[in-house]
Each structure stands twice: as C-alpha cells, then as structure tokens.
Design a protein around this ligand. Structure first.
Ligand code: FAD
Length: 468
C-alpha cells in the first residue's frame, strides 16, 4: 500500500468557498479529514490510495460544472475517476471528480444509440443493448468504465471484426476548463470530437457519451487452455502461424497465465501456468468451429471453453478479474510477429522463464482497426499488428522485477517493436517517456493544440507538462 500520511491537506483552500461548493453540488464534497474520502476515491488498483485536497462525488453535469469552476477559482488542478482501472500513481493534490453516481445508460433501439453516463461501466451498456440484440464494442472487461476506455480508443475482443470502441462514439458532452458544458460531435466542436476519440486526457470532463451499438446477439467465442511447457509452446507457435492468414472477422489473443495457488482460482487452473488462447467470431457456430479447428488441433487442449455464447457473456472471453487487485501493467505494440519473436516471448515470459507476470498477452490487431480513417480520430497504435500486455499483481515486483523483465522483453522484440503504444495500455501518462510513446508526433502536435484550446491553463492534470 502507498503511504499517504504525509500528504498536505486542503490548507490553502478558502473554507467559505468550500462551504459554498458543498451547498451547491448535490453529491458529497470531501476533504482528507473526511473518513468517507478513502471509499469515494478507491481504485480498482488497490495498490494505489488517492488523497487529493478535495473530492467531489458528482451526480450530474451541473455538479461537474460547479466542481471545475471551484477548482479554477482555488487554483486546484482537476482529475476525474470512474472505476480507478487506470490508477497507477496516487493523487495527492488538486480536486478529484468521481463519476460513479452518473451511471445511467439509456438506449434508443431504432437509432442504435446508447447514451452513457460518465460513471457507467461496460457491463451496464452490454445489459441495456442485449434486450434489443445490440452490442457495444467493448474492451476485455465489463467492469472497466465506458468513458475512460473510449477516450483512449478501446481495443477489445472484437477489435478485428468491429474496430476500435471510439470509432462507434457519436458525441460527447464535455465540461471544459472554462466551466462550460459543450457538445463535441461530427457537427459541433469537431476538433474536440477528434481529440476525445483517443486523446484520453487534458481536454475536459466528459459527462455523457453517445455510442452507436452494433446489431449482434451471439458470438462463437471463449478460450482454449493449454497446460504444460510442451503444449504451451506448440499452441503458441501454431497460433503465431495461424494469425498470419486469419480472416479479418476473427479476433484472437494468447496469454501465458501463471495462475496463483489461491482458493479463488478454479481448481483446474489453480497453481498452473497455462496458455489461454482467446477466440471471438461474430458469426454462426458452424463457421466458427471450422475457423478454430487448426487451433484446437495445435496441441492437447486442457480446457475447451469455446462455444456459442450470448453477447452478454463477452467478458468471459478474457475472463479479467472483477475484484480490485494490486496491478502493475506495461503495454507495447509490435509491427509483426515471427518465429524469433515467439521464441523471445517464451524465453522471457514462458513457463520456465521465472517471469514476474501473472498475465503476459499478445493480442492480434488489424482488420477493421486498420480500415478506419486514421486521421479521423486521435487513436494511437491503430496500425500496429500486435499488442503486448504484461500484468503483475505482486506489489513486491512493481518497483524492480516487473519493469526489468518488461524492458528485457521489449529489447528482445528488437525491430518488430512499433514506435507508439495505445494510451490505454502504455502506462502512466505523467511519465515523460510513456507520454511520448503514446502518440506519433503529428497526433501529439494536434492534441497539444486541442488541449491548449479547451484547457489553455492546464487545469486538467494530464501528461508530464501539466503536472503541478
Ligand atoms: C482489467 C483491465 C482490463 C482492460 N482491458 C482493456 C481493453 O480490453 N481494451 C482497452 O482499450 N483498454 C483496456 N484496459 C485499459 C482501460 O481502458 C483504461 O485503464 C481506462 O482508462 C479505464 O477507464 P476507467 O474509467 O475504468 O478507469 P479510471 O481509472 O476511473 O479512469 C481512467 C482515466 O480515464 C479518463 N476518464 C475517465 N472518466 C472520464 C471522464 N468522465 N471524463 C474525462 N476523462 C475521463 C481519465 O484520464 C482517467 O484518469 C483495461 C484495464 C484493466 C485494468
């Protein structure tokens, strides 16, 4: 756990202003001496404890407007949190707006448009769409916040067949640094709309998003598990060959998973190191079975959990943890994958590598991700071929073992390393190196201009330049 005892309290905040804020907003206004602050600011990543000067639990757009205006008047920087899935570094200053109360999801089945509150998680959007056979194009975990993921792009289990989540965004309501609420869409505030789809932060607080849903009721999807070093290598190499010819409408990924010997892990996996091969085909089961056949035959399948599933079970493809846990994540992207890259992956994160990672995954990208107009949004990493994502839950590895192991793997990928990594996977945006590799230079420059238009004084803390 992070020690937050030395964090300065709200000493410089005008107490009359704070009382006025409390009287104006409907949600709670908390300072470090309020015991509720810890719960209000709690994160999915339980290794991080936030203790900002003020937390405003916003209930609607007007609460967000008041909170931003208060912060500007008090010279506090502003951050926003929905679920804390992206929490990496404790927040120790400024004002934090929490959005978990703004979690309504409404749907117009005719236009296929869902209106999603700032604090809604994907699970609620999936449930709202299911009644009408409509599906949001989500990330791997239904527990992740819809807005946070979309602002970074959103690369999920249907990335190759349906593209990036933000390609389905149709409009945003945003409170900018002036304290005004504006709409950003293809017809209003075009540059802000461009920036919000992939630019992630430093632009404003999104209070609501309109997202088009895809007509999709079922998937032929799930995971194949391979156990033991031989089968893991055989299956991984077969997948590495298979993806070279994979059709665009199938999205797959593989993860070497070191399952802990904990009771919460189901017995067949508990204490095992397995290869989890994820498969998602948004079509009928017969064709799905034909497509997956070479992967099923690649090695001896330990657990076969691929079948026709309702879209409501999309989260079972990756089976990400739902409960918060200590998390250290590192992502990078590759331009290709060959025999040597797979050897490097096995050597550095394979069953006998001694790797610190609970999950080391390779996601196959491309397909519909590439077909979208690259200049139409600020999403980075769109043209990469693979995503590498490394996760450890053991805090003892966070400071040294995990970063060193990630750096060694990155070096081993050599020329296949892509120059940028999508911001949802790249790490702490406040770190200058992470920030630099999250977009290419033209996109960085265009984002700089958008941020300076909508937040000229850097009220919204995001990226190294804006850290106070
Ligand atoms: C288990 C797990 C699985 C994941 N799977 C995927 C995946 O498949 N694909 C993918 O692309 N990413 C994935 N991610 C990364 C995820 O998309 C990012 O961590 C995302 O930022 C989480 O959003 P959140 O709202 O849940 O988190 P939070 O930590 O609450 O928010 C993260 C950031 O999003 C921004 N943000 C959130 N709400 C608002 C708002 N209302 N207005 C303005 N900015 C806002 C802020 O910059 C905030 O710091 C995963 C992460 C985890 C931990």
């Amino acid at each position: 756990m992070t020690d937050t005892t030395a964090v300065p309290a709200e000493a410089n905040i005008d107490s009359a202003s704070l009382e006025r804020l409390r009287a104006t907003v409907r949600g709670p206004v908390l300072t470090p001496d309020d015991p509720e602050l810890a719960v209000e600011a709690a994160c999915f990543n339980i290794a991080v404890t936030h203790r900002p000067a003020v937390v405003v639990g916003a209930t609607d757009e007007s609460d967000v407007v008041e909170a931003v205006r208060f912060a500007v008047a008090e010279r506090l920087n502003v951050r926003v949190q929905s679920t804390g899935h992206a929490a990496i570094v404790p927040i120790t200053d400024g004002l934090l707006i929490t959005t978990s109360r703004m979690n309504t999801v409404t749907l117009d089945p005719e236009s296929r448009l869902a209106t999603i509150g700032a604090g809604a998680r994907w699970g609620a959007v999936i449930a709202a769409g299911a009644e009408y056979g409509l599906a949001p194009i989500v990330g791997s975990s239904p527990g992740v916040g819809a807005i946070g993921l979309t602002l970074g792009g959103g690369i999920g289990p249907l990335a190759r067949s349906h593209g990036i989540t933000s390609d389905w965004a149709r409009s945003f309501r945003v409170v900018t640094a002036s304290g005004d609420a504006v709409t950003a869409s293809a017809s209003e505030n075009l540059e802000l709309f461009w920036a919000l789809r992939g630019g992630k932060g430093g632009l404003g607080i999104v209070t609501e998003m309109t997202l088009e849903l895809a007509p999709l009721r079922t998937l032929y999807a799930g995971g194949l598990f391979f156990d033991g070093a031989d089968d893991i290598e055989k299956a991984l190499r077969a997948w590495g060959e298979w993806v070279q010819q994979a059709p665009d409408n199938v999205t797959t990924s593989v993860a070497i998973m070191q399952m802990p010997d904990f009771e919460m892990v189901p017995p067949p996996l508990r204490g095992h190191t397995v290869l989890h091969l994820r498969f998602a085909y948004p079509g009928d089961a017969a064709e799905g079975e034909r497509l997956i056949a070479p992967l099923r035959e690649a090695a001896s399948v330990y657990i076969d959990a691929v079948a026709e599933i309702p879209y409501t079970a999309v989260g079972t493809i990756h089976n990400d943890p739902e409960q918060g846990m200590p998390t250290w994540i590192y992502g990078t992207m590759l331009t290709g994958l060959d025999h040597d890259a797979i050897s490097a992956f096995l050597e550095h994160v394979g069953p006998s590598s001694g790797s610190p990672f609970m999950i080391a995954e390779l996601r196959h990208l491309g397909g519909a991700m590439n077909r979208a107009d690259a200049d139409g949004t600020a999403v980075s990493g769109r043209d990469a071929a693979y995503l590498v994502n490394l996760i450890t839950a053991n805090p003892q590895t966070f400071a040294e073992a995990a970063p060193a192991a990630a750096a060694a793997l990155v070096e081993a990928f050599g020329p296949l390393l892509a120059p940028v990594t999508n911001i949802n996977f790249s790490g702490d945006p406040a770190d200058p190196l992470t920030f630099a590799r999250s977009w290419n230079e033209p996109t960085h420059e265009r984002l700089r201009l958008a941020r300076s238009t909508y937040d000229p004084n850097g009220v919204f803390a995001f990226g190294p330049a804006l850290q106070g």
